[in-house]
Design a protein around this ligand. Structure first.
Ligand code: ARG
Length: 461
């Protein structure tokens, strides 16, 4: 085994336990593609700046690409003594092309190398997730036509509140995914900054061209301050936060559908291929996937917490602590990616239990607020209208009937000016038609929202 790249000053070899303890190859092997892309850009720049010859560049390029293929084929030999992915690839290059390979690390440190690789990796992860979020939005919008006539009870405090159209529900989630998407895009801008060339922390005395490497790697900006960018992991924290909010939204959705799928609610049939059974109770079809999506949110948030604690109090610039950022963000990303991959087909395939939902709409006085607003339109002050409708609800509850089944006399007793017309606003179907405010749940308003999303998502595909 050849000596370590940093061995020069050492008189003894590293304790095996230290090698075990400090290695990151077991997880940062995932950065191989970004590491090779970064090295190719760096070598191209060194060539233009006269620090490598064209022949040397050609050799480096050919061999780095071969190494990449070997890694992809699974035949690349990993060894713990080489610490991390950066050392592995560099060593493999040196083994193939000797001194030319030894020049690749000119004007570069693993500190700017790892930051660059990680930025490239996070950028790819963002692009992947943003695509998944779009697919999820399409799954919701795709349901709107099929569920367009279904009215569902809407809840506050998990108590029946007002009726909402099923597509209104679906599009509420689309809005959440939209914010998640745009949060990722904001984060991407700050990720997309090139740290390469900051070297260890202070930059380099060699004539490097940082603009060029940044451009070759598709970075929008070159980091202005070498010391800052060598220590900066804000982009990792931000990405961790973006992931956490996506996970939180997923857990809200999962929780609702878990409830909806219970016998007590009986609102939804989850696709059976996404459910699992019980080892003892033969009748059970359980929503384990949704429960795990809800549960895995804890993991994603835990990872964000760990990342924040990790950077707390770290002095500038690079400290080895920073190596711990990768397992946390890899885990958070994998978790969210896997959750989204399951959410998309579940949203597409679940079926509303329309009859069961319809049979329960007349309970819970979902039309009470609309009735109050009808009173307001007839000149009754809101507070008074609220009280009067409260009294009517009390009467109806006693009689165990919906508001629409109260006699006209009951209405006239509390407000003599009321006529038969009052029945025009009663019952969930009639009530829902009356929502006219922008962004509300009437079929006309919801149709506008559906059209908006259809057009928006069509433009982006
Ligand atoms: N593997 C390290 C990391 O992930 C990068 C190496 C920097 N190491 C160093 N001793 N400067 O952060």
């Amino acid at each position: 085994m050849a000596a370590k790249a940093w061995q020069g000053v050492f008189e003894t070899t590293t304790d095996k336990r230290v090698e075990q303890f400090t290695e990151s190859i077991s997880f940062d092997h995932r950065l191989y593609r970004q590491d090779i892309a970064g090295s190719l850009a760096h070598a191209q720049m060194l060539t233009k700046q006269g620090l490598l010859t064209e022949e040397e560049y050609a050799q480096i390029e050919t061999n780095l690409k071969e190494i990449e293929k070997e890694i992809e084929a699974g035949t690349f030999p990993y060894q713990i003594e080489l610490e991390d992915i950066h050392m592995h690839i560099e060593r493999a290059l040196i083994e193939r092309i000797g001194d030319t390979g030894r020049k690749l690390h000119t004007a570069r440190s693993r500190n700017d190398q790892v930051a660059t690789d990680f930025r490239l990796w996070v950028r790819d992860a963002i692009d992947d997730l943003s695509g998944q979020l779009r697919q999820l939005q399409k799954a919701y919008v795709g349901r709107c036509e099929r569920d367009k006539d279904t009215v569902i009870p809407g809840y506050t405090h998990l108590q029946r509140a007002q009726p909402v159209l099923a597509p209104h529900y679906w599009l509420a989630y689309c809005e959440k995914w939209e914010r998640d998407w745009s949060r990722l895009m904001d984060c991407r801008r700050r990720v997309n900054v090139c740290s390469l060339g900051s070297a260890a922390l202070a930059g380099s005395s060699l004539p490097i061209d940082r603009e060029m490497t940044a451009q070759l790697l598709g970075f929008e900006e070159v980091a202005r301050n070498s010391l800052d960018v060598a220590s900066d992991r804000d982009f990792v924290l931000e990405f961790g936060f973006c992931l956490s909010v996506i996970a939180l939204h997923l857990s809200t959705w999962a929780e609702e559908w878990i409830l909806w799928s219970t016998t007590e609610f009986d609102f939804i049939d989850l696709p059976e291929t996404f459910c699992t059974g019980s080892s003892i109770m033969p009748q059970k079809i359980n929503p384990d996937v949704l429960e795990l999506i809800r549960g895995k949110t804890a993991r994603v948030i835990g990872n964000l917490q760990a990342l924040m604690v990790l950077v707390k109090g770290l002095p500038l610039a690079y400290n080895r602590d920073l190596q711990e950022d990768k397992p946390r963000i890899f885990d958070a990303y994998d978790t969210v990616h896997d959750c989204l991959a399951l959410a998309i087909p579940m949203v597409e395939q679940a079926e509303l239990r329309r009859e069961s939902i319809a049979s329960r709409l007349e309970h819970g006085y979902l039309d009470a607020t609309t009735l109050m607003e009808y009173f307001i339109q007839r000149g009754i002050p809101q507070r008074k209208g609220h009280e009067l409708v409260g009294k009517l609800v009390r009467q109806a509850t006693r009689k165990k009937v919906p508001l629409a089944e109260l006699e006209l006399e009951a209405f006239q007793e509390i407000e003599p000016s009321l006529t038969e017309e009052v029945y025009e606003v009663l019952g969930v179907q009639k009530a829902i038609e009356r929502f006219v405010s922008y962004g509300s749940t009437s079929p006309a308003q919801v149709a506008k929202q559906v059209a908006f999303w259809q057009e928006k998502l069509a433009q982006e595909s």
